[in-house]
Design a protein around this ligand. Structure first.
Ligand code: HEM
Length: 387
């Protein structure tokens, strides 16, 4: 998922995905002395997600585990279920209601307060980038004034494919920062996720500290990198289709549709990976040897023309099968409800408080870009100054 992040910068990968889907179901490429099979169609991606015994996440042991430590993303079977179960209840819809009023709404309004009277803003820099890291830092139970530091360390950590030393140094720095907080919560638990992990047991055995750090190192980037990109993609979809923006403003029942369409149209996480665990597996009639890696293209699956009419169009009224942007099966995104809730609160507040919201006319050329992860880096907007 995060292993080869930040590699490449592409404005529009979709014509190439389209070409590859038409060429055949599997594209075998040799990379770093290993055969990697690229899979691009909706049906194949969806099948791979739903069968974690055949298509395993142990593939991440050679990449992510190096920097995160033990992490649920790379576990399978009972071990995965037991570890995921430790934090799963904190991310259920009901539990999130409390965070919504205590945390998500106040942070949203505080960030908007800082620019609402100006009538202009760069929404990526002044809102999207800051918002989810503050939410997840608070949910974990680390001081939100340190959220800038977390964001920097998380980005350094997940750029390990480009700079191994920097990734490992960031990973160690996060552990050094978190260690005294974990110790303190073990002595005096509070109402936060670090306390849940610090006091957790599996089969009567206390969760080893390395596993706690593994969780925290995953949750920071998983909770921040992704939601800030989803927000940017939804906003650019709406701002470049002002008729749909205006419709959503007057009919907020459309918000869930708009969010799902943004997730389909521009998947924040474009790809993930799996390893083939058994002999004799075929995808689209092509045999794949046991031990081979698979690169699973979520971004391509979501634009599969056999599933969606005019798939490149952003359309909040779209009907079609569910997008695959949160993955699927056993590893289905743990933060899907949280990401949707944060996005709903944020965009509702923007529509309420930033009247006549439009892209700033000028040469900034805001657009979605990226290869492993995608979103706009800037969203300069104008609106009626308010309060
Ligand atoms: C809002 C946009 C988000 C997107 C597009 C997204 C995407 C994904 C995807 C594609 C996976 C599956 C990876 C795989 O199977 O290889 C995943 C897993 C995961 N996500 Fe998210 N995510 C988002 C938000 C969040 C948030 C807010 C959190 C909260 C902390 C989060 C935490 C996780 C965790 C812990 C996993 C691992 C689940 C497991 O292995 O069982 N995500 N996410």
């Amino acid at each position: 998922m995060f292993g080869d992040s930040a590699v490449g910068d592409v404005r529009d990968p979709y014509p190439e995905f389209h070409r590859l889907r038409r060429l055949g179901p599997i594209h075998r490429v040799e990379a770093f002395g290993q055969q990697v099979n690229f899979v691009y169609s909706y049906d194949d991606v969806s099948r791979i997600f739903s069968d974690s015994e055949t298509f395993s996440s142990v593939v991440f042991e050679k990449s992510l585990v190096m920097v995160f430590g033990p992490t649920i993303l790379a576990m399978d079977g009972h071990e995965h279920l037991a570890h995921r179960g430790l934090v799963a209840s904190a991310f259920r819809l009901k539990a999130l209601e409390d965070w919504k009023t205590r945390l998500i709404e106040p942070i949203t309004h505080q960030l908007i307060d800082a620019f609402v009277e100006r009538g202009t803003a760069d929404l990526v820099r002044e809102f999207n980038f800051r918002f989810p890291i503050q939410v997840i830092a608070n949910m974990l139970g680390v001081p939100s004034e340190d959220s800038g530091l977390f964001l920097r360390r998380s980005i350094e950590m997940i750029s390990i494919a480009v700079n191994v030393e920097r990734g490992l140094a960031a990973s160690a720095a996060l552990r050094d920062y978190l260690a005294p907080i974990v110790e303190e919560r073990r002595r005096d638990p509070k109402d936060d996720l670090i306390s849940v992990l610090a006091t957790a047991e599996i089969d009567g055995v206390r969760l080893p500290d390395e596993n706690i750090y593994g969780f925290l190192r995953l949750l920071l980037p998983a909770g921040a990198e992704t939601t800030y990109r989803l927000l940017g993609n939804l906003l650019i979809g709406l701002l470049t289709n002002p008729d749909q923006l205006d419709e959503l403003k007057t009919n907020r029942d459309l918000m869930p549709h708009a969010i799902e369409e943004a997730l389909r149209w521009e998947a924040p996480v474009q790809q993930t990976a799996r390893e083939v665990m058994v002999d004799g597996v075929e995808i689209g009639g092509v045999a794949i040897p046991k031990g081979d890696s698979i690169n699973v293209s979520i971004g391509s699956a979501n634009r599969d023309e056999t599933k969606y009419d005019d798939p490149d169009r952003f359309d909040i009224h779209r009907v079609g099968p569910p997008h695959l942007s949160f993955g699927g099966g056993a590893h289905y995104c743990l933060g899907a409800h949280l990401g949707r809730l944060e996005t709903t609160v944020a965009v509702n507040a923007m529509l309420d408080r930033l009247d006549d919201l439009r892209l700033e006319p000028g040469d900034a050329d805001p657009h979605v870009h990226g290869s492993a992860f995608r979103s706009p880096t800037t969203l300069p907007v104008v609106f009626k100054p308010g309060r």
